[in-house]
Design a protein around this ligand. Structure first.
Ligand code: ZN
Length: 140
């Protein structure tokens, strides 16, 4: 029996500057900015914007070594990944690996907001970068 992901936790969008893009989300769409934080392990600054039970995550590279900087160099700004909210992330990773899906992370790493995250290899997913994301202390 599979345990499906619970929801789309967030959509990650790569931007050169969070500051330049926030007015669209806040003023044009009228959405609420929840928080901005730096995630040193991923070399990004992230802004979380609330939209229903989901979020938009703006990702700004902290330096040119950031994977997000490399993404923007190659593809320009735009949708970077889709994050699926899961429980028991380690089990879910094992389960999809048993199905032959490659993952970019062997084990979950700490992402924004202290969530445990792991990325699936786009070669296994029809070229979409999916993130598994588990938040241990979040009300649904
Ligand atoms: Zn994400």
């Amino acid at each position: 029996m599979k345990t499906p992901p619970k929801k789309i936790d967030h959509i990650g969008i790569a931007v050169k500057s969070i500051e330049n893009h926030l007015p669209f989300y806040e003023n044009v769409l009228g959405l609420e900015l929840l928080k901005v934080e730096s995630v040193e392990t991923q070399k990004v600054k992230v802004a979380f914007i609330s939209i229903g039970s989901s979020k938009i995550e703006l990702l700004e590279p902290l330096n040119s070594e950031s994977p997000v900087a490399k993404f923007i160099d190659k593809k320009g700004e735009g949708i970077h990944h889709v994050a699926l909210g899961v429980s028991n992330i380690e089990e879910r990773l094992q389960e999809i690996r048993d199905d032959g899906v490659q993952t970019l992370n062997e084990k979950p790493v700490k992402g924004a907001g202290g969530a445990d995250v792991a990325f699936l290899h786009p070669a296994s997913t029809g070229r979409v970068l999916f993130e598994f994301c588990e938040k241990k202390n979040e009300e649904e």
